[in-house]
Write a protein that binds this ligand. Structure first.
Ligand SMILES: [Zn+2]
Length: 141
């Protein structure tokens, strides 16, 4: 087990499914964060086999919709004064605004720009959502 020095403040995203860490890093635009961000991949986990982990040494307002979509079982640890102040487990969001795209070529959203286009979760197993306008199924890609 590699030991990375504890961070004093910020966020630790734990229990990221192995391989999703890099995807999260890009989707959450962590490359644009000026404070230290550490992405660790393939860490041994007793419950998951291997997992990824991200440490962000700053108080960052994350996009929890994107986070929940990509890594529904992630644990978000909020670190304050070197201690874990709070811990939150995410789940797949029931409703997603924006983020997703409707792939139905006949959908109104293909011709008209819809602000806060909503999608509703229909199958948590496969993380499938339906478009609020045409009911077409979609997933985060
Ligand atoms: Zn649609």
């Amino acid at each position: 087990m590699i030991n990375v020095s504890k961070i004093k403040k910020g966020l630790v995203l734990d229990h990221i499914e192995h391989g999703k860490g890099k995807m999260l890093y890009q989707a959450l635009h962590l490359d644009e964060v000026e404070d230290p961000v550490v992405l660790m991949q393939g860490i041994s986990s007793t419950t998951m086999g291997k997992k990824d982990l991200i440490k962000i040494e700053t108080d960052l307002e994350l996009d929890y919709t994107v986070l929940g979509l990509i890594a529904p079982h992630v644990t978000v640890n909020f670190i304050k004064d070197g201690q874990r102040a709070r811990k939150m487990r995410l789940e797949l969001p029931e409703v997603v605004e924006g983020v997703l795209k409707c792939h139905n070529p006949r959908c109104i959203t293909g011709v008209e720009h819809v602000h806060k286009h909503k999608f509703y979760l229909v199958d948590p197993e496969t993380a499938t959502y339906i478009c609020e306008y045409c009911d077409a199924k979609t997933r985060y890609e």
